[in-house]
Design a protein around this ligand. Sequence first.
Ligand SMILES: C[S@@+](CC[C@H](N)C(=O)[O-])C[C@H]1O[C@@H](n2cnc3c(N)ncnc32)[C@H](O)[C@@H]1O
Length: 267
Amino acid sequence: MIERTSYDSPQYDVFKTNVKKLTGLDLNSYKNQIHRRVHMLMQRWGIKEYEEYFKTIKEDDGKLREFLDYLTINVSEFFRNPNKWTELQQKIIPALIQDRGRKQLKIWSAGSATGEEPYSLAILSLEAGLSPQTPVQASDIDLGAIAIAKRGTYLKRQLMNVPGDLVAKYFTTSDKETYAIKPEVKNRVNFQRMNLIEDRFADDFDLILCRNVVIYFSAETKTVLYQKFLRALRPGGYLLVGSTEQIFDYRKIGFESAGAFLYRRPV
Ligand SMILES: C[S@@+](CC[C@H](N)C(=O)[O-])C[C@H]1O[C@@H](n2cnc3c(N)ncnc32)[C@H](O)[C@@H]1O
């Protein structure tokens, strides 16, 4: 019975192995909190055994989506934490352009969810006059989120942090409630599915954003991920993390601090 099944039971181990095969998501890399979330979903459907729950998500696309949604939480915003975006626009991007000696930067939104973050980066790229030859890379483990991102339509309330002039410049609306991102912004983003824990990264990035993605990752998984980001950056490149996700051992990993929630690969 589920009430007596702990997160290190053999049944949960089998469930984790099956989930990994089905979705590529390794629940071992997440905190035990994830186990509670799995239980909440099982309770919602009156399911008491892991085996039965696995069968359900395997056979029912809707339940699989719900499971992934609940575990990975796709919530995002345009220009989330606006102060950081002002810093990116006024300080970091100009410094990177100067460093590179050209208006072409390699930027990556890692954990791009439903597209708000990479499209915000694409808007900044357009505003900075960056070359369209290197589109913003955007990746997420969740294909459903990527599909929404590619559609590129948002409700008015989702644009609350977008300054009015940028809404007018980069979105179209027919009914003042739904806003579609313009093709010139869309074409500046390249979406792909990627599991940050398992997959190999490209390199030579100037700027990587990984925000509000690692909340459920274990401490060890976070460290390994940040080491991978360090190697993916060019010397002098920046990593911006979420505004609750300070990296305490950034020096040990090899970064230097470049401000709040901002880390730099030393030159
Ligand atoms: C809360 S959203 C963050 C969106 C955006 N970065 C932001 O800050 O607004 C977290 C995203 O991380 C993705 N994610 C979770 N685990 C992942 C993994 N192992 N690999 C890639 N993406 C992952 C989820 O699918 C989800 O879309």
